[in-house]
Design a protein around this ligand. Structure first.
Ligand code: IPM
Ligand code: MG
Length: 358
């Protein structure tokens, strides 16, 4: 019997609360399937760890994580520490160090959830946005000069490599191919950014030749925001750069009801390193420790983790439980207009899993 070894990093803010809720739900899924077992190991890394140790994670952090099958990650970010320090010290250090170059973000309007779009438009949302996760505008390349002087300069250089574009486009094509509509939208901005984005277009054109079964269209990123709002049903799988997809996925989360529902996977498709699964809502310090954080994104994230581990059946059972709970509207979290707290949402999803098991 395969035991899945999961590294659990709750991190900052509400991260530990929603991730512990997720571990509980995963354990309940395992009750209903004797072939499914988890071995969770907690890592107390993050901003509190930084205050004690001067680093967000130990110097050998990646080596410690390497033997795990997956990483289940909460959030990073602390109002009393610079965001770039906390982010680059932990989350990005893991994404980059493990070459998790594909960031996968599904969006759909779950049953019972009312999004801001007209119902006929909102219910048409069923997207997977694939974000380049290793380079582009967030490569970390650049610098500052003339510090403090009136002529001070700050530069972030957007880095696009043929290899980086090719592998993300290929990954997105595979996802699009595995979905019923076999449809890919390639997002670009090659009218204004005439070097990196033109290379992006050229390389993507080469990759899609290997996928003649896909219907592919191209969008400039600004126009893409309009299409997401006015013609959501025409979109299926999307591939975009690190910055563009960062922005588009927040829009996608809002259009599908709440940022509190957004799940994501940082994948190393080579499987040489563990991939990392996290809710996208962040640390939300304003509600930390109150027990009111919506754990649904963390549960959806756990379903993605299960899918990555080949546990498709368990992933479907978990998604079905989430959809049962949102559909019934008995337990509704505050960000979706209700009053249910983390405990009540967790119990509702556990009850739905057990109900389906029975
Ligand atoms: C996200 C977040 C992060 C990102 C932030 C916290 C840097 O916005 O996961 O989309 O852009 O990677
Ligand atoms: Mg973002």
């Amino acid at each position: 019997m395969a035991k899945h070894k999961i590294a659990v990093i709750g991190g900052d803010g509400i991260g530990p609360e929603v991730i512990e809720a997720g571990c509980e739900v995963l354990a309940v899924l395992a009750e209903g399937d004797k072939s499914l077992t988890f071995d969770f190991k907690r890592f107390d890394w993050g901003s509190d760890y930084y205050r004690k140790n001067g680093v967000m994670m130990p110097a050998d952090g990646l080596a410690q994580l390497k033997p795990f099958d997956a990483i289940y990650f909460g959030a990073v970010g602390d109002p009393n520490l610079p965001d770039d320090l906390t982010l680059w010290g932990l989350r990005l250090a893991i994404c980059q160090g493990f070459d998790q170059f594909a960031n996968v973000r599904p969006s759909k309007l779950l049953p019972g959830v009312v999004g801001p779009l007209r119902p006929d438009l909102g219910s048409a949302i069923d997207w997977v946005i694939v974000r380049e996760n290793s380079e582009g505008e967030y490569a970390g390349v650049g610098g500052r000069a003339h510090r403090g002087l009136p002529i001070e300069v700050g530069m972030d250089v957007a880095v696009f490599t043929r290899a980086g574009i090719e592998r993300i486009c290929r990954y997105a094509c595979e996802i699009a191919r595995a979905r019923p509509r076999k449809k890919l939208t390639i997002v670009t901005k090659s009218n204004a950014q005439r070097h990196g984005m033109v290379l992006w277009d050229e390389v993507c054109k080469g990759v899609i030749r290997d996928y003649p079964d896909l219907s592919v269209d191209w969008m400039l990123v600004d126009a893409m925001t309009q299409r997401m709002v006015s013609k959501p049903g025409t979109i299926d799988t999307v591939v975009a750069t690190n910055l563009h997809a960062d922005i588009l996925t927040d829009l996608a989360a809002a259009l599908s009801g709440s940022l509190g529902l957004g799940a994501t996977a940082n994948i190393d498709p080579s499987r040489q390193n563990p991939s990392m699964f996290e809710p996208i809502h962040g640390s939300a310090f304003d509600i930390m420790g109150k027990g009111v954080a919506n754990p649904l994104a963390s549960f959806w994230t756990a379903a993605m983790l299960l899918g990555h581990l080949g546990e498709e059946k368990a992933a479907s059972r978990l998604m079905a439980a989430i959809e049962t709970v949102t559909g019934r509207r008995e337990a509704v979290p505050p960000d979706l207009g209700g009053k249910a707290n983390t405990r009540q949402m967790t119990d509702a999803v556990i009850a739905a899993i057990r109900g389906a098991n029975a």
